[in-house]
Design a protein around this ligand. Structure first.
Ligand code: F6R
Length: 588
């Protein structure tokens, strides 16, 4: 939620900051701004809308070698120039990702002290408090330390003080921030893709740490201002990972990476049909809770089906925003699994912390290396999806499903099941190369779509429905096929699109009966199945490869993703950045 980029070095700062911001636009894109130092003065430019609006308002060639930029996803206050970042009060200019929960309290206190606020944001209290504290402390690091101790909530911060025009200061608590080094300067950024065009060397700022960054030096301090030596990381992927590479959209590019992502995830944990030691050994848990948000929650539902069926362990799947507040029944025999692509989702992180506080074993299934959830869980297993830029998740969903399937096998202690994965990439490839436009051409004209399926196919329906809603703005709901007749079938009228997924032999005939029920009400049925059936109960059939039930969900999601993509394209939607959304939801 919101992206930060800062640069200080020997190269011109604005091209670096703005190109970095473009890679972070997935984190928020309703306004953007930049602060840079020119002629010994901090200058600020902000614009409502996308980064391109900001780009056309600043001169790339300005002789500025230090600056901080921001792309915003509005939480407090509408998208407007006043509410966009950077925010400046007195000597301090700040960009912020996160939420300051006690901002009203701080604001009231500072107003009484005569401080004037101009925006509706929570962020503005940060430069205001910095400026207020600086008057007494007269030392920038001590001022930052004191200010941070008053903030409640989450933040990653880039700070410039007009008394020190050679350094950028940074701090984090609950929101990610990296510091990256290149030969001629240093960056701060919310995520690695922002800096990959220049360097792959970076430091992950840890919770509570403060950094002072000049063109040739990075100093990191703990929250008591003791200097520490941070660990340097090298990003293993290539810059290509963050580029479109000829694809029209990141969503399409990322779907087409699924064959590789599947193999990378599989090969990281398995060799010659045996687990490598990268796959953890688990004790015999009696219960599993899977906790996640959005698509990751739907992966959890697939995981439940597989773990219950193959490992015989009961699994509860919970939405993280509920789990963190509800009464949970768990004990030392329970494993809590948190699934998160970003590893920074606020509710998932809070659910993890709650389980940890209660002394429960936790396992994180995460894509982003070094993210908060990955670092805080007792155990972590990474999926190998690489950077995911499109807001709607696709390749990470497939990678998470692959890893959950491997986990089900691990927990089942039946390693011989690993042979079911052999050659699955061919089926992935086959599905990626099919044309889904004809189905999209029917759906895109309608305002409502239904997805129906049973058991694990229902979990896939949930994902198919979410993908369609978020990318094409078509209202859609997913139902367990047998449930529709208990009320919702009243919504089926002439031509209503119904997408049915039917891969499980156990319930095939039952699902088909339910499809006939909607067909009898003149629905337009797109039947996705792994066994061709000649019949008139569907309008269109998509036959997917028949693979073992264990690995089937890994491939079944592909037609759903590509149909959503094609529908969104036909409707002219902003596919990679759907309205109102942002990737990585680091606020509650
Ligand atoms: C949907 C989507 C979201 C995320 C959810 C969790 O396409 O991307 O529903 O799945 O916000 O995000 P992570 O996995 O980063 O915790």
């Amino acid at each position: 939620m919101c992206g930060i980029v800062g640069y200080v070095g020997k190269e011109k700062a604005l091209p670096r900051i703005l190109s970095g911001l473009k890679f972070l636009e997935y984190r928020g894109y309703d306004s953007a701004g930049v602060a840079y130092i020119l002629n010994e003065k901090v200058n600020i430019t902000k614009r409502v809308g996308r980064i391109k609006e900001l780009e056309s308002s600043v001169d790339y060639n300005l002789d500025t070698y230090i600056g901080i930029g921001h792309t915003r996803w509005a939480t407090h206050g509408v998208p407007s120039e006043i509410n966009s970042h950077p925010h400046q009060v007195g000597k301090f200019t700040v960009v912020h990702n996160g939420i300051i929960e006690n901002y009203l309290e701080i604001k009231e206190k500072l107003i009484k002290e005569g401080v004037n606020f101009i925006s509706e944001t929570d962020t503005e209290v940060i430069p205001a408090l910095l400026d207020y504290n600086y008057k007494k402390e007269k030392d920038i690091l001590k001022t930052i330390k004191k200010t941070l101790s008053s903030l409640e909530g989450s933040y990653a911060l880039g700070i410039i003080c007009s008394d020190d025009l050679d350094n950028i200061y940074a701090a984090r608590c609950g929101s990610p921030l990296i510091i990256a080094k290149e030969d001629n300067g240093n960056f701060i950024a919310s995520d690695v893709p922002a800096i990959l065009s220049y360097t792959n060397k970076y430091i992950l700022l840890e919770e509570g740490e403060i950094a002072k960054i000049s063109k040739d030096n990075i100093s990191v301090y703990d929250n008591e201002l003791n200097k520490i030596i941070p660990k340097e990381n090298i990003f293993e992927g290539t810059e290509d990972a963050a580029m479109l590479n000829g694809y029209e959209h990141y969503m399409l590019k990322e779907i087409h990476e699924e064959e590789k992502v599947y193999l990378d995830t599989l090969n990281y944990y398995v060799e010659n049909n045996k687990f490598k030691n990268t796959m953890l050994e688990f004790k015999d848990y009696k219960h599993i809770h899977i906790v996640a948000c959005g698509s990751a929650y739907y992966v959890g539902n697939i995981g439940k089906s597989l773990i219950e069926e193959y490992a015989n362990i009961p699994v509860d799947v919970e939405v993280a925003s509920e789990y963190r507040y509800k009464k949970n029944f768990y004990d030392k025999d329970t494993l809590v699994i948190i699934i998160s692509q970003s590893g920074e989702t606020a509710d998932s992180l809070a659910a993890l912390r709650k389980a940890k506080e209660d002394g429960i074993d936790t396992l994180a299934i995460v894509n982003v290396f070094g993210s908060s959830i990955a670092r805080e869980a007792l155990y972590t297993l990474y999926v190998k999806a690489g950077p995911e830029i499109a807001v709607a998740t696709t390749k990470a969903f497939l990678a998470q499903t692959t890893l959950l399937t491997l986990l089900a096998v691990r927990l089942s202690k039946k390693e011989e099941l690993l042979k079911e994965f052999v050659g699955l990439e061919k089926s992935i490839n086959e599905l990626l190369n099919k044309d889904y436009l004809e189905y999209a051409k029917y759906i895109y004209k309608h305002n409502d779509t239904f997805f129906i399926g049973r058991l694990v196919d229902y979990a896939l329906c949930l994902e198919g429905s979410l993908k369609l809603k978020e990318t094409s703005y078509i209202n859609s709901v997913a139902f367990q096929a047998g449930e529709l007749k208990h009320g919702t079938i009243s919504l089926i009228t002439d031509g209503t699109p119904v997408i049915s997924i039917c891969t499980d032999d156990l319930v095939r005939s039952k699902t088909i009966s339910n499809i006939k029920e909607v067909k009898a009400r003149n629905a337009y049925v797109i039947f996705i199945t792994n066994e061709f059936i000649e019949s008139d109960f569907y309008d269109k059939i998509i036959v997917i490869p028949k693979v073992s039930k264990l690995v089937s969900p890994i491939i079944s999601v592909i037609p759903l993703q590509l149909i959503s993509y094609e529908v969104a394209k036909l409707r002219g939607c902003d596919i990679d950045k759907p309205r109102n959304l942002a990737k990585s939801v680091t606020v509650e």
